[in-house]
Design a binder for this molecule. Structure first.
Ligand SMILES: *Cc1c(COP(=O)(O)O)cnc(C)c1O
Length: 402
């Protein structure tokens, strides 16, 4: 049979065709009225997409650039910061804050688990314990775990109500568009997204919202930042500009993607975002139900909607599963990273992804396992579980327990 190449990876994700067309057609200069209008509309749409009234900035870099900006602009060497770490991306916050000379304390959990709120509560104490910032992930893409952003936000608010001065920064690079947040209500000072995840376009743009409290902090001395000077970007953004040459084609693609998301709900972008989140939620539940029906374990104790990390059958390296998906179906799924290599395969449900993708990858998973797994595989068992899950979740007022 012919094969179509498809990405099921937690970034980059499948590209939206109208966004690809917009990108190819973007022959504009960035200091023109046309581009200004495009940028202002995109920033305003991103505010709606994030669900915030805070300022939103767009940076030409991958997601990590916005992470670095939120360390360089908010801290100085010697500042005490708290990092939640339970995977490779939590470790990225740890390494980044250490690079900028922060005094880093960790609230951690083993790979596959979520950081316990109690551990965070202990570190923060009654009054924030002198921590200047708290950095965390909404979803830890290396393990498939969802962290409790709302719960941590509550602890930060409590500490700050008792005299603490903790800024709250969330890497929601795979969280935005898959998870519900109340950014302003919870008091998230900076939330970060990336273009190559739920927004269906290539890597190269990061976006972030910045609270008034975070802007105030930036008036105090902090580490040097030049390309990632957020205050300079804010001044430019107010005029529909960026401080330096932006990734123009990607901005055009992003505008088209946000239009597509809005159009999926009759032009209402916030409703379109909810549809996007539901798609990830249902697809993730279908995948979990299928994996479990096929006798496989999930890697994450509290699984995210963005991706599903699945433990391979005993004595089977997950690399063989990843390879078989690729060779047999040209489907790209992700292996574990670092120490987790060989111990899981990850199927993402991010962005431009629908029922047929979700059910297709489950069907492929059965045939892949039937070929490489030492354990017997009952063809159809995973598909049936996924179908039942879909049927339950799309019937009003019921949910799928998987
Ligand atoms: C993809 C991702 C990032 C950003 O990585 P880049 O390669 O810099 O785009 C950061 N955090 C999480 C949780 C991610 O999934």
């Amino acid at each position: 049979m012919l094969k179509k190449n498809r990405l099921f990876t937690p970034g980059p994700t499948p590209l939206l065709p109208p966004a690809q067309v917009a990108m190819a057609a973007a022959n504009v200069h960035h200091r023109t009225g046309d581009f200004k209008a495009l940028l202002l509309k995109t920033l305003s749409d991103l505010q709606t997409f994030i669900g915030t009234n805070h300022d939103v900035l767009l940076l030409s870099c991958s997601g990590t650039g916005a992470m670095e900006a939120s360390v360089a602009n908010l801290t100085k060497a010697g500042d005490k910061v708290l990092v939640l770490s339970a995977g490779r991306f939590g470790e990225r916050w740890r390494d980044l804050t250490q690079t900028y000379g922060c005094q880093v304390e960790l609230a951690s959990a083993p790979y596959g688990q979520s950081v316990a709120l109690e551990a965070v509560r202990q570190r923060l104490g009654v009054d924030g314990n002198g921590f200047r910032c708290l950095y965390m992930q909404a979803t830890e893409s290396s393990t498939g775990v969802r962290h409790d952003v709302e719960g941590v936000a509550r602890l930060v608010r409590q500490a700050n109500a008792n005299g603490g001065e903790v800024l709250f920064v969330v890497d929601a690079i795979t969280g935005l568009g898959t998870t519900r947040f109340d950014v302003d209500g919870w008091g998230v000072d900076i939330i970060i997204g990336g273009s190559q995840k739920a927004l269906m376009i290539p890597p190269g743009l990061a976006y972030l919202s910045v609270s008034e409290r975070a802007w105030k902090r930036m008036d105090e001395p902090h580490s040097p930042a030049y390309y990632f000077d957020l205050r300079k970007e804010r001044k430019s953004a107010a005029k529909g500009e960026t401080a330096y040459t932006p990734a123009i084609a990607l901005v055009a693609a992003l505008a088209a993607a946000l239009d597509f998301i809005a159009q999926s709900a009759g032009g209402d972008l916030a409703a379109g975002r909810e549809a996007l989140i539901q798609t990830a939620e249902i697809s993730a539940a279908m995948t979990r139900a299928a994996a479990q029906a096929l006798g496989l374990q999930l890697y994450a104790s509290i699984p995210a909607n963005a991706l599903t990390a699945i433990v391979p059958p005993k004595n089977l390296d997950s690399g063989l599963i990843v390879k078989e998906f690729r060779e047999r179906f040209d489907a790209v799924v992700a292996n574990g990273q670092g120490e987790m290599r060989g111990k899981m395969f990850r199927i993402a449900h991010l962005g431009y992804y629908d029922y047929l993708d979700a059910i297709g990858i489950v069907g492929a998973m059965e045939l892949v396992l039937a070929r490489v797994s030492p354990a017997p595989v009952e063809l159809g068992a995973g598909l049936r579980a996924a179908q039942e899950c879909y049927a339950r979740m799309t019937t009003p007022a019921t949910t799928c327990i998987a």
